[in-house]
Design a protein around this ligand. Structure first.
Ligand code: PMV
Length: 318
């Protein structure tokens, strides 16, 4: 039995970090995917193969995941263990992960991996609902990032534009906004958990400032929703640049990313980091009037490419 699933990566348009403290974030999935192929074997061996590592172990050893288990493999092993338990199966499983998204740069590669793996591995025994797959994917992501808000996995599963807050979960945004993003990857990888911890400390030492930034971010997100509704890209871009200023205040931007943003803003409607920061990528908002010029401005800024919104989300064939 063989099963294939794919899930898109994502960008955070507004609200990263503040989302951890209850503020809404706006996200969209992008047209870059992770593809996971799984198959059952009679060998009772678990084999995982990907660009970032591989592992081979007996299915009996799944219950002894510990400190020495490679971190990158933990979500996949978790999904396999839970799936074999749920369906009471004593078989081997081979998993192959292929990705168009580099890891650790804020484009949701680990969430897309968790979602596509949860769909592909469980479908070997039963096709689950998207809601059930999402739940398993978030649990799997928690093996490497305990405090994940779940926003990334949600948008990777359902696709399109989404508003997310911790209390109410995700809400689809039915916007006809027509934009292209120019993404510049600094190629400096980051650990989301470390950046989230850095912000926690910043908040601890700057309580009033942080509370005020949360309030401003919350108002900004409401304005961004209005701009999206009207497809007002000039306004949306200005709001993105304003969001960047808040992210700089909390210390998650870097000198390199600041330079990228300055270059992008020469022609784009606005620009900001996306995701945890401390490296990773910036996104610049464009349409066909300024896309090529923005790409040209950023040609010396790391690895640069364009992305559109993906409206499909999780696919169990592709
Ligand atoms: O892991 P990244 O770079 O996509 O960023 C996650 C966004 C944060 O707000 C920093 C953390 C979270 O769980 O929402």
């Amino acid at each position: 039995m063989k099963s294939v699933a794919s899930a898109p990566g994502k960008v955070i348009l507004f609200g990263e970090h503040f989302v951890v403290y209850g503020i809404s974030a706006l996200l969209c999935s992008i047209d870059k995917r992770v593809i996971v192929t799984s198959q059952t074997t009679d060998e009772k061996m678990i084999k995982i193969e990907s660009d970032i590592g591989h592992i081979e172990m007996s299915n009996n050893s799944l219950s002894i995941m510990n400190e020495s288990t490679p971190k990158t493999m933990k979500p996949f092993l978790y999904i396999i263990k839970k799936t074999l338990e749920r369906f009471k199966k004593d078989v081997g499983i081979e998993v192959k992960i292929e990705s168009e998204i580099s890891p650790g740069i804020g484009l949701g590669s680990s969430s897309a991996c968790c979602v596509a793996a949860a769909a592909s591995i469980t479908a070997l025994f039963e096709k689950l609902s998207r809601e059930e797959i999402l739940k398993l994917a978030i649990e799997a992501e928690r093996t490497i990032f305990e405090n994940t808000s779940g926003a990334d996995c949600s948008v990777c599963t359902f696709g399109g534009l989404m508003e997310y807050d911790i209390k109410n979960g995700f809400k689809k945004i039915n916007s006809k906004a027509d934009f292209a993003l120019v993404i510049a990857n600094s190629k400096q990888t980051h650990q989301t958990s470390e950046l989230v911890e850095k912000v926690r400390k910043f908040r601890e030492n700057n309580e009033d400032l942080f509370a005020s930034l949360c309030e401003q971010e919350s108002a900004l997100v409401q304005n961004a929703l209005l701009a999206l509704e009207k497809n007002d890209l000039s306004r949306l871009g200005l709001l993105m640049s304003e969001n960047q200023a808040y992210l700089e205040r909390i210390g998650v931007s870097t000198g390199t990313l600041d330079v990228f943003i300055k270059e992008a803003k020469k022609t784009a409607y606005g620009a900001k980091i996306t995701g945890a920061g401390g490296g990773g990528c910036i996104i610049a908002l464009t349409d066909k009037s300024n896309l090529n010029q923005t790409l040209a401005n950023l040609k010396n800024c790391g690895e640069c490419f364009t992305a559109k919104i993906d409206y499909r989300g999780l696919l169990d064939t592709f």
